[in-house]
Ligand binder design. Structure first.
Ligand code: NDP
Length: 434
């Protein structure tokens, strides 16, 4: 009898009981619903229709040429594809350190070029130069072409997701590294989840590139464009509410881009494939739904009392403190440092889990900080309409869903050690509450 053990396949088929996001039924719906939501937020809240716009205007009349021109705006396509090309050129030509990611399932590590922050500085330098030289009105073109830019970003997202999906079937399948959760064999599901873990063109890693550069930096530029629009409408000033929204969003973007290598340990990079969920999320959803409050304030300036301003700044500060210190504690620990001498438990998997500091208070303290900041981004819009609060509601749902997904992954990774950790740290996100 042969004693040779059969090696576990590198790319197992994703079993039907492990399908996420509602599996075969919900992923086609999500694929359609997410772009519709981006357009929906635009049509339900924009100038001159108002916010909320009368319901009859939520669904545009496609027979009217104005709508079509807005949707399929050639200038917007030029701007968007020019912007994308700029970020690729910046990645290629700006200097940057080469940093290794986490160990891959197939063994070895990928090397990434770290220069997202210099890309941001270059983009901001050019933007500031233009505004100083030609005035705020010279930078309202992103606000003016917002609808066409949405379409252009969607074309890019769909195009990239289809291309990587088709490419994942080319070449030697034994040598490809597929996402464990994106290889079900069901087209829509794999298209949404992403079949290949790290699709690349040479040393250009498509997933990490899209994660921080073309969408995230564009979000900040869209915000600045909205502030310029308000400046022009108010005859040369912006309200404190607009200043706060732009500053808070920009701070978040700068923080993420400055700490670029921190994304290598995140679920998107280590676990999820690059499919429509990430291409749409990175390129269209983040810039065009996250800038909603700034876009609303551009045509609906809101004045806040000094007490309201102080309260919102306080909320942002507390949220950011929890977000940054908790992410910092885990990143330091995973990189082999423990400056605060936090306690931890050894696991059979080999790695340790923190049991004090923020990770001893709840299993996802970083989500709590992020969600508090989400409130601080929405409150400056005031209470005339609920639409700018879309972000805080959606983000709450995303974080609870993400926590469930991550806990399931951790249970798979750590087995009974994870149960032990859950007993030590019973709260999922908010200490003593949830
Ligand atoms: P996390 O940074 O929360 O990392 C989860 C991983 O951390 C686990 O899989 C586990 O991996 C490790 N871990 C869990 N518990 C411990 C512990 N006690 N000690 C040490 N390591 C532990 O993952 P996310 O990628 O979900 O979030 C990263 C940040 O990005 C968050 O701040 C989140 O709010 C933010 N985010 C923002 C979004 C946005 O749109 N604005 C969207 C999604 C996330 P292992 O043990 O294998 O290392």
């Amino acid at each position: 009898m042969s004693t040779v053990q059969k090696k576990a396949p590198l790319n197992p088929v994703t079993p039907s009981h492990a399908l996420e996001f509602g599996g075969h039924l919900c992923t086609p719906i999500l694929t359609l619903l997410t772009p519709i939501t981006i357009y929906g937020l635009y049509f339900s809240c924009s100038s001159p229709s108002g916010c909320p716009a009368p319901f009859a205007q939520w669904i545009p009349n496609f027979l009217e040429l104005d709508w079509l021109r807005g949707f399929l705006d050639p200038t917007a396509f030029l701007i968007y594809f020019g912007w994308y090309a700029f970020t690729v050129a910046a990645w290629k030509f700006l200097p940057g350190d080469l940093v290794e990611g986490t160990e891959l399932r197939a063994g070895g590590r990928k090397t990434y070029k770290i220069n997202a922050f210099s890309t941001l500085l270059l983009a901001l330098g050019l933007t500031t130069g233009r505004i100083i030289h030609a005035g705020a009105e010279s930078f309202t073109f992103l606000y003016d072409h917002y609808l066409g830019l949405i379409t252009a970003s969607l074309v890019m997202s769909v195009g990239q997701a289809l291309w990587v999906q088709a490419n994942s079937y080319k070449g030697d399948q034994e040598k490809k590294l597929l996402a464990v959760g994106g290889n079900s064999g069901f087209f829509w599901y794999d298209f949404w989840m992403g079949r290949e873990l790290n699709p690349s063109i040479g040393d250009f890693d498509i997933k990490t590139f899209n994660e921080l550069r073309p969408g995230l930096i564009l979000w900040m530029l869209l915000d600045i464009s909205c502030a310029c629009e308000q400046w022009c409408r108010l005859g040369g000033r912006i309200t404190p509410s607009m200043a706060m929204v732009v500053f808070f969003h920009s701070f978040y973007v700068v923080d993420a881009v400055f700490n670029e290598s921190a994304i290598f340990t995140q679920m998107d990079i280590t676990t999820d494939g690059f499919g429509f969920m990430l291409s749409l999320g990175d390129l269209a959803w983040v810039p065009f739904t996250y800038s909603l409050q700034a876009r609303y304030l551009a045509f609906h300036p809101t004045e806040l009392s000094p007490a309201a301003i102080a309260g919102i700044v306080g909320l942002q500060t507390v949220g950011y403190y929890i977000f940054r210190t908790s992410n910092g504690e885990k990143n330091d620990f995973r990189l082999g440092h423990n400056p605060k001498n936090l306690t931890s438990m050894q696991t059979e998997r080999g790695t340790k889990l923190l049991t004090s500091g923020w990770w001893g208070r709840s299993r996802h303290p970083n989500y709590l900080g992020d969600w508090l900041m989400a409130w601080a981004w929405c409150l400056p819009a005031g209470f005339d309409t609920p639409i700018p609060y879309f972000y805080v509601v959606y983000f709450g749902i995303l974080l609870v869903h993400r926590q469930t997904r991550d806990d399931e992954q951790c249970k798979l990774k750590y087995g009974k050690d994870w149960d032990k950790y859950c007993k030590l740290v019973p709260y999922k996100i908010i200490p003593y509450i949830y």
